[in-house]
Design a protein around this ligand. Structure first.
Ligand SMILES: C[S@@+](CC[C@H](N)C(=O)[O-])C[C@H]1O[C@@H](n2cnc3c(N)ncnc32)[C@H](O)[C@@H]1O
Length: 274
């Protein structure tokens, strides 16, 4: 078990868990800022960067990181805040959170993902989202992007995020819902005919193994069940629920059963721990 303060204290020590504000890092050299705002221009920038992701992953993740900082900052100050990112891959978002003044730690379960950029960046912790290796109430902000749909028990992961957030702290959880046009990830849009079928079709045609495998590393989560889960928790206040990439004016779609599953694309839940 590790607390945020303990992680920070270990920063100078040559341990495998280091951290956090990394003041020496060039804060924005590889980070191209954020798409800014909540309007249609932001959405178009994000979707365009997403389409170009295979050719320019750094461009996409830099933009997404900046956007994440912008979005989280709408609900909590990041200056001097301790932030845990659950399922942070190789640390795509580290510089953006550090540049906003936060001390940033991330948990990642897959060592290959941790090392995907060729180096293990400071602030990483090898561990599982389903049993976060931190004490209760360790962080001001617990953030997770596009991980919930990859774990076997999403509501255990979400509960863990609440547990490690201090009372009054923020839980910011965003994920791709199954009936989103991107619900099947690289097997989309064939997931609409079934996740197993989409996976078999992808692998038969491409003759490569899919990275996201329905039933083992990709699972179905609906907008309806996520909203029900969040509203049913007595230890958090649901501050906001919104389609992550869509403009602010698209938010009312979350009140329309059925349609919301198809158009939300990616659902953000913002909760304050009681
Ligand atoms: C689609 S990537 C998202 C990366 C980053 N958060 C983002 O938004 O770009 C999903 C990440 O979650 C990680 N992951 C999957 N299951 C996990 C678990 N049980 N605990 C921690 N990380 C996990 C994967 O290894 C992968 O790095």
């Amino acid at each position: 078990m590790t607390s945020a303060a303990e992680v920070t204290r270990t920063a100078a020590a040559p341990t495998s868990t280091s951290a956090t504000t990394d003041p020496g890092a060039p804060p924005t050299r590889a980070w191209r800022g954020s798409p800014a705002g909540t309007g249609i221009r932001r959405s178009v920038r994000l979707f365009n960067a997403c389409r170009r992701e295979p050719a320019d992953p750094d461009g996409f993740y830099s933009l997404l990181a900046g956007d994440s900082v912008d979005q989280v900052s709408r609900y909590a100050s990041l200056l001097d805040a301790s932030v845990l990112d659950v399922g942070g891959g190789p640390g795509y978002f580290r510089r953006a959170f550090n540049a906003a003044g936060a001390s940033y730690v991330w948990v990642e379960a897959d060592v290959d993902e941790l090392l995907a950029r060729g180096v293990r960046e400071p602030g990483s912790v090898l561990g599982s989202a389903l049993a976060l290796p931190f004490h209760d109430g360790s962080f001001d902000v617990c953030y997770s992007s596009n991980v919930l749909e990859h774990v076997t028990d999403p509501w255990l992961m979400a509960s863990e995020m609440i547990r490690v957030t201090r009372p009054g702290g923020l839980v910011f959880l965003t994920f791709t819902n199954w009936l989103s046009p991107w619900g099947g990830h690289e097997t989309s849009p064939w997931h609409y005919l079934g996740g197993g079928y989409a996976l078999r079709r992808y692998e038969r045609r491409r003759k490569v193994a899919a990275k996201n495998r329905f039933g083992s590393s990709l699972f179905q989560i609906s907008v309806a069940e996520a909203l029900e889960w969040a509203r049913g928790r007595e230890d958090v206040q649901l501050l906001d629920a919104r389609p992550r990439y869509l403009p602010e004016w698209a938010k009312p779609v979350l009140g329309v059963p059925g349609v919301r599953e198809l158009v939300t694309w990616n659902l953000t839940l913002v909760m304050r721990r009681g």
